[in-house]
Design a protein around this ligand. Structure first.
Ligand SMILES: [Fe+2]
Length: 292
């Protein structure tokens, strides 16, 4: 058990669902001060039109202002492959520091090659304000948050625990959704199982907040559950051995299509949410033909 976890601290968590990408962004508030954090923001893109807008991020910004909160952190649970981060846009409006797992350097190395980036693309994570190692802590007002390395979906995945709330990224889905794919470069189904077990070893009453929900079986979109619920009912994990999970995960991943926004998402998110530019400084992205 990590000593920084204090179940008597109850952050106020608000989820903001993005219908275009099934992503949930969060505002996490300290009940003891005016401090807050944003987790996994979304920047809107019409990929066919090459058009980027900020309606989802503007809603987060408006809410933080309405609450009169001070934004201290803009957290990315990992390098998302299915939506673009709005971290720098939000930082420009509200301040705060952008943080991600230290495994980002592995992701930058891999996709720096895929997108044939030049030397101006730094592969040292320096686009971010803070790189979290496993067990690193940081403050949101009077609350202490701890970042736990939970790789498997990607090498940079971290679960952020703040009091009795944990933001699991794509490590887990709601109990009836199971788990996220583990077939991206640097992903590993066995590692994902181990990371999930680490989350399930947290206190049973810990609130868990998902990064995605797809409403399986037509149920309403949901994003909050508990460790106890996941332990008992997660359809990919409950009652499965590590070997059984790996077999299931790999078989399932072999049937999944490439996420529709992976090409713009990676180019933006490996830059902490900055849109790349061409040699003239104009925002521009690439499509690596047969490169993924
Ligand atoms: Fe993801």
């Amino acid at each position: 058990m990590t000593p920084s976890i204090d179940m008597t601290v109850h952050p106020i968590v608000e989820g903001f669902f993005d219908e275009a990408t099934n992503t949930i962004s969060y505002i996490v508030r300290d009940p003891g001060s005016d401090a807050c954090a944003v987790v996994d923001s979304v920047m809107d893109i019409d990929y066919a039109a090459g058009r980027i807008t900020h309606d989802h991020a503007d809603a987060l910004i408006a809410r933080v202002r309405e609450l009169g909160c001070r934004l201290e952190w803009i957290i990315e649970t990992h390098v998302h492959a299915d939506h673009l981060s709005a971290a720098p846009y939000i930082q420009g409006a509200l301040g705060g520091r952008i943080g991600i797992g230290a495994g980002i350097v592995a992701v930058q190395e891999t996709f720096g090659k895929v997108f044939n980036e030049g030397t101006e693309f730094q592969r040292d994570g320096s686009q971010f304000d803070r790189l979290f190692e496993d067990g690193d802590t940081y403050e949101i007002g009077t609350m202490t948050a701890v970042a736990l390395h939970t790789p498997g979906h990607t090498p940079a995945c971290m679960t952020h625990v703040v009091g009795d709330a944990a933001f699991v990224g794509d490590t887990l889905f709601m109990p009836d959704g199971g788990s996220a794919r583990a077939d991206f470069p640097g992903g590993d189904a066995g590692q994902l199982y181990d990371s999930i077990q680490r989350i399930l070893a947290l206190p049973g009453e810990m609130r868990l907040f998902m990064c995605h929900d797809y409403g399986p079986g037509g149920r309403d979109i949901a994003w909050e559950t508990t460790v106890a619920e996941e332990r008992a009912h997660n359809i990919h994990v409950a009652g499965r051995t590590r070997a059984e999970f790996v077999e299931m995960r790999q078989a399932r991943d072999a049937t999944l299509k490439v996420p529709s926004l992976i090409i713009p998402s990676l180019q933006v998110n490996m830059r902490a949410g900055e849109v790349p530019t061409d040699q003239h400084g104009n925002p521009m992205m690439k499509v690596p033909v047969n490169g993924l």
